[in-house]
Design a protein around this ligand. Structure first.
Ligand SMILES: C[S@@+](CC[C@H](N)C(=O)[O-])C[C@H]1O[C@@H](n2cnc3c(N)ncnc32)[C@H](O)[C@@H]1O
Length: 199
């Protein structure tokens, strides 16, 4: 069944024009997270919930001209900002819901998702959809330029154990959706969970 993503589109639609101005210093962190994901020349990769496309250039640099870079987002204004920032040259932008991807099974080598997991309406099922399109042995990066505690502080909320990104919750969630959590980092200036698609 399709989810109603209207609130996500309204929330990010209202913020798209200012998105990159609000976070001007994040580019090195995105490049480092893409390097940790480790796409190779010729790979096919997806930036799931790509927003203004901040990861597209490092993804393109990693996969080279022979590779394929897709950026999928369901908020048109975010994709519009990506185009205006000149990032459409790094990848093919899709106005698409990553919980129902218009892709065949196992066509990708890796998925990068920054700031995405908290917006997935049915995380187990939706991470399973990302697993569906990745080949066995392919990889997933769930990234945020702030760790859990720093993000909670910025948003004025308390950090709780039922946070999806807490390792005790994330590891079984990934396992149930076809992924094996390989490494987990939760520092003030970086949240990064790397997982491998199980065969
Ligand atoms: C916090 S923003 C992060 C954007 C970008 N990844 C970045 O790091 O700058 C989350 C993005 O995910 C998108 N998004 C949320 N749910 C989505 C879904 N089901 N399918 C596609 N995009 C989605 C939103 O429209 C928004 O652009």
């Amino acid at each position: 069944m399709a989810h109603d993503h209207t609130h996500v589109q309204e929330f990010f639609g209202a913020r798209a024009a200012d998105w990159d101005r609000r976070f001007p210093d994040d580019a090195p962190a995105y490049a480092a997270a893409v390097a940790a994901l480790g796409p190779r020349p010729g790979d096919s990769v997806l930036d799931a919930g790509c927003g203004t496309g901040r990861a597209l250039a490092p993804l393109r640099a990693a996969v080279g001209e022979r590779g394929r870079v897709l950026g999928a987002d369901l908020t048109p204004e975010m994709l519009g900002a990506a185009v205006r920032a000149g990032r459409a040259g790094s990848g093919l932008l899709l106005l698409a819901d990553v919980t129902r991807l218009p892709l065949r099974d196992r066509v990708l080598d890796a998925v990068f998702g920054a700031g995405l997991i908290g917006h997935l309406p049915d995380p187990e099922r939706d991470l399973g959809e990302l697993a569906r399109v990745v080949r066995p042995g392919g990889r997933l990066a769930l990234f945020h330029p702030l760790g859990r505690a720093a993000l909670a502080a910025r948003q004025g909320r308390r950090l709780t154990d039922d946070d999806l990104r807490a390792e005790p919750r994330l590891r079984p969630l990934l396992a149930a959706s076809g992924w094996l959590l390989e490494s987990y980092t939760d520092e003030d200036a970086r949240f990064l969970a790397l997982a491998v698609r199980r065969s």
